[in-house]
Write a protein that binds this ligand. Structure first.
Ligand code: NAD
Length: 296
């Protein structure tokens, strides 16, 4: 399948590389990122999409997606599918789908879970919104770049699934970190708590697959001085999208709101930027019951 790929950053570059390795011709465009081996470089977005059957975008946010979509939709070939894999707000995903439909094109919102490691290994999970026909057409490419693709519903359903999942993740990571921080002050060994929780009702992915305690559970960013992994600022981005969505449909998400507030403080005022999102553990461990930092 001829592919146009726009946005060759941390995620886009390895995804494009996997498509090339699977034998698909890929023409790519990114104003900043260096050339990706095997990807034919285009001089601009229009050239990247000109004769593509599927156009994939992997961009920082909804505003940039809307701007790129405005440039490429009029240049895309008849019958081509626009598949956006970025994490953006539901409204931007729906607006791009409407714009594509008005031009007689199909669009999918297909955000991913699995991070840079999953992008490199071709083990991403895709959550996809759009028509069944468009999903089936792009499915072979999802199978190259990932291990699972779930068709979640119509336009915007993929982004809705992504932010709901990450709102659960943000809140459970904080709950997991505060429990391990409390255990430490109660003189309960972290390994013992892991042994109990990992097979008990408090269990979640945050404990079993990504334990925030160094040396406990499978290898995780905690074992690498909390280098990301999944950076705290990316979690904050997704939590903010969840709150934007909640506000737009008048949904009550108090845990999501508190998780957003805690990650905002961590990233913007407590040196959390550039650290893994599980570094909430040392942040909480350094505080007392009032929330203030303990004296050294
Ligand atoms: P990134 O910043 O590394 O890559 C984005 C790329 O888009 C950059 O190379 C940038 O130059 C390019 N870009 C910006 N404006 C452009 C334009 N007008 N035209 C073409 N290219 C343009 O970000 P990333 O880590 O690759 O993330 C991409 C998306 O995937 C984001 O929406 C992010 O939330 C999501 N995501 C990231 C991760 C992760 O772990 N990094 C995990 C899941 C989802």
């Amino acid at each position: 399948m001829k592919i146009g790929f726009i946005g060759l950053g941390n995620m886009g570059a390895p995804m494009a590389r996997n498509l090339v390795a699977a034998g698909h011709p890929v023409t790519g465009y990114d104003p900043v990122a260096p050339d990706v081996e095997g990807v034919l470089p285009a001089t601009g977005p229009a050239e990247a999409v000109a004769d593509a059957e599927v156009v994939i975008t992997m961009l920082p946010n909804g505003q940039i997606l809307r701007s790129v979509a405005g440039q490429i939709i009029p240049r895309m070939a008849a019958g081509a599918v626009l598949c956006d894999c970025s994490t953006v707000d539901v409204d931007s995903a729906r607006s791009v789908a409407d714009q594509a439909a008005a031009a007689g094109l199909e669009a999918l919102d297909a955000p991913v879970s699995g991070g840079i490691g999953g992008a490199a290994a071709g083990t991403l999970t895709f959550m996809v919104g759009g028509s069944t026909a468009a999903f089936e057409r792009v499915k072979p490419l999802f199978d190259v770049m990932g291990q699972k693709a779930v068709h979640c519903g119509g336009p915007g359903a993929g982004q809705a699934a992504k932010i709901c999942n990450n709102m659960i993740l943000g809140a459970t990571m904080i709950a997991t970190c505060e429990a391990f921080a409390l255990a430490q002050k109660l003189d309960l060994d972290a390994q013992k708590l892991f042994d109990v929780v990992s097979t008990s009702s408090g269990s979640s992915w945050s404990t079993t697959a990504y334990c925030p305690v160094p040396g406990v559970g499978p290898k995780s960013p905690a074992d690498n001085d909390y280098r990301p992994g999944f950076a705290a600022e990316l979690m904050l981005k997704d939590l903010r999208l969840s709150q934007q969505a909640a506000e737009s449909v008048d949904a009550d998400t108090p845990m999501g709101a508190l998780a957003t507030e805690l990650y905002a403080r961590f990233v913007e005022a407590e040196n959390g930027h550039g650290r893994d999102f599980s570094a909430m553990l040392p942040r909480l461990a350094a505080r007392g019951h009032s929330g203030k930092s303990s004296p050294d």
